[in-house]
Design a protein around this ligand. Structure first.
Ligand code: NAP
Ligand code: GLV
Length: 309
């Protein structure tokens, strides 16, 4: 099995060494040194450049090294008909869930307020709610959304999710579709975005959504920068409709030094670190995927191109 490997990350060699050690029977070639591209069976990639797929006439699978496939779906050179599999890693999901939990704690225990008070050397206590009185709404009920919802619920928060499709009732209520979005938003004091970026979800954190939240809500975005309408966010923060925001993802990245988000007193910016791919578990998953592929077994977590995730 010939695998062309490419990542925009700086530690590509480390990943490659780990992959080779875990699966000596597979030939991993570090793109662009792939030899004859017509002999490549699988592309293992994160944010590949346009030219990567050129000449890969035998390509039968694209395995992505991350959970979100939006960058690839937009690629003009995406080989037609070749299945795309995404990464599903419980460690990454847990890291994402921790990010959401930190945001909820930051909001409801008012740690952002105490940070501001510390800078002004103000000693003043404030009342705060307890988790059962804090309703958290998670946009997305997939691998990551559900992991976050479960962690938040186990910490006592009143949690609901929002998904595209209706599902059977379970321990966490799931609102579905555009029709149920207003009711879901109306109950979300803390809103956590863990949606894939698609034509339907782009800009979802915008004016209409913010207006539908309870006044003084807190917004966490760990999905994609293009989910947020930044001017609408700043407007809602400055008008007091939103109490604060915690943002991990931006369009484009890195976030420009002149962006007002860096300096806004109600915004916490993190540099796309909410759920970094975890080397050991990702390598284990990828090798399992490649071995499945090699032996003709079904590869897991294939993206549905029509719906975009
Ligand atoms: P996933 O398992 O595919 O789950 C996606 C969820 O979103 C599903 O519940 C889906 O609904 C819902 N959804 C999609 N389109 C929708 C729509 N139009 N309306 C309502 N719900 C919709 O994805 P995942 O593994 O949880 O990953 C989610 C995203 O997290 C990734 O796409 C990526 O952008 C982001 N991410 C960020 C980081 C980071 O470090 N910041 C790390 C990893 C991932 P159904 O259940 O009905 O299909
Ligand atoms: C990171 O953002 C991912 O989608 O894995």
């Amino acid at each position: 099995l010939n695998v062309a490997f490419h990542t925009a990350w700086t530690n590509g060699e480390v990943w490659l060494a780990a992959l080779r050690a875990a699966a000596p029977e597979i030939e991993f070639r570090h793109w662009p040194d792939v030899g004859d591209p017509a002999t490549v069976d699988v592309a293992l990639v994160w944010n590949p450049p346009r030219e990567l797929f050129g000449g890969m006439s035998r390509l039968k699978l694209v395995q992505v090294l991350g959970a979100g496939v939006d960058a690839l779906m937009r690629s003009e050179v995406l080989p037609a008909g070749v299945p795309i599999a995404r990464l599903v890693d419980p460690v990454m999901s847990q890291r994402m869930a921790e990010y959401a939990l930190y945001g909820a704690l930051r909001f409801h225990r008012q740690f952002d307020r105490y940070e501001a008070q510390r800078q002004a050397t103000v000693w003043q206590r404030h009342d705060h709610l307890d988790p059962p009185d804090v309703s958290v709404g998670v946009l997305g009920a997939g691998e990551i959304g559900m992991t976050a919802a479960r962690l938040l619920q186990s910490n006592g928060y009143d949690v609901a999710c929002w998904a595209r499709s209706v599902r059977d009732p379970g321990p966490i209520s799931v609102f579905a579709g555009r029709e149920q979005l207003p009711a879901f938003l109306a109950r979300s004091r803390v809103l956590v975005c863990l949606l894939p970026l698609t034509a339907e979800t782009r800009g979802i954190l915008g004016r209409e959504t913010f207006a539908a939240l309870p006044r003084g809500a807190f917004v966490i975005n760990a999905a994609r920068g293009e989910h947020v309408d930044v001017p609408a966010l700043l407007e809602a923060l400055d008008a007091g409709q939103l109490d604060g925001a915690m943002l991990d993802v931006f369009a484009p990245e890195p976030l420009a030094a002149e962006s007002p988000l860096w300096r806004h007193p109600k915004v916490l910016v993190t540099p796309h670190v909410a759920g970094i791919s975890h080397l050991a578990t990702s390598v284990e998953y990828v090798v399992d995927q490649l071995r499945r592929f090699g032996s003709g077994e079904a590869v897991r977590n294939i993206v549905e191109r029509e719906r975009g995730y």
